[in-house]
Design a protein around this ligand. Structure first.
Ligand SMILES: Nc1ncnc2c1ncn2[C@@H]1O[C@H](COP(=O)(O)OP(=O)(O)O)[C@@H](O)[C@H]1O
Ligand SMILES: [Mg+2]
Length: 239
């Protein structure tokens, strides 16, 4: 067993509103007072029509953007008024991201890309961290390809490097926006299994935007956004 408490609250949203273009004729509110709590054991799909606010919400939860009003607690800490340097540090410690497009650094090898989040924080990685990074690459099917640059890997392989990079810090919260959109079924299934393993072994809460029913039907919780409101929040599996 790992040392986390699976009921620990990782994320809490209280009355999160988001407006764009404030003070302009085009001002628009796209999130209308969302309340939500995620605990470590939660493996959650975030679904909803295009334009319903999923990416806006993910950017706020990932501390890449701030809500217009409301509060967001990450591991118990209120973040809305937190200064940017502390938000950046908290993001690096607590959150792993997988975007639809992987944003790998072309000059770096697969292994160096995976180690990036650790190197940004502390410089040279330890032997244990190197082993962890190699292990993650092996788990996503890239053993023996550690020293390839992104342009020597297929699109699916590059996305799997990005998945390993998101997990190398053992984040408390994994955010993924359509992470398997560009993957074949086999690769998508492997990535999904890796998320599940991190959820179970390390208590990494998962919030996964997906249109893929093969993924959402295996999530224990499904939150549906509609026009900037939470339309439903269904817990169907073991929590
Ligand atoms: N930077 C922005 N400025 C103005 N409106 C935006 C901006 N980003 C998103 N929106 C609007 O917010 C709404 C939600 O968008 P988004 O969060 O991207 O939805 P989803 O990811 O569910 O497709 C949409 O109506 C979109 O047009
Ligand atoms: Mg989106």
């Amino acid at each position: 067993m790992s040392d986390h408490n699976s009921t620990e609250e990782v994320l809490r949203l209280e009355g999160i509103c988001k407006r764009y273009n404030i003070g302009k004729p085009t001002e628009v509110e796209v999130l209308h007072g969302l309340d939500l709590s995620l605990r470590r054991s939660d493996f959650t799909a975030l679904v909803g029509a295009s334009g319903s606010g999923k990416s806006t919400l993910l950017n706020i939860v990932g501390l890449l953007d701030r809500p217009t009003s409301g509060e967001l607690f990450l591991l118990g800490e209120p973040t809305r008024e937190m200064e940017e340097a502390r938000r950046t540090a908290l993001r690096g410690d607590a959150i792993g991201f997988v975007f639809q497009f992987h944003h790998l650094i072309q000059a770096f090898t697969a292994l160096e890309n995976v180690l990036m989040p650790l190197m940004v924080r502390q410089g040279k990685p330890t032997e244990e961290q190197l082993e962890r990074a190699r292990g993650l690459l092996a788990q996503v099917g890239l053993a023996g390809k550690e020293h390839r640059k992104p342009d020597q890997l297929s699109g699916g392989q590059q996305q799997r490097v990005a998945v390993a990079r998101a997990l190398v810090n053992r984040p408390a919260l994994l955010l993924a926006d359509e992470p398997t959109g560009n993957l074949d079924s086999q690769s998508a299934a492997e990535v999904f299994e890796l998320f599940r393993e991190f959820n179970q072994r390390f208590g990494c809460a998962v919030l996964l935007v997906t249109h893929d029913p093969r993924m959402s039907e295996h999530c224990a919780r499904t939150i549906t956004l509609a026009d900037g409101y939470i339309e439903s929040d269904n817990i169907t599996g073991i929590r």
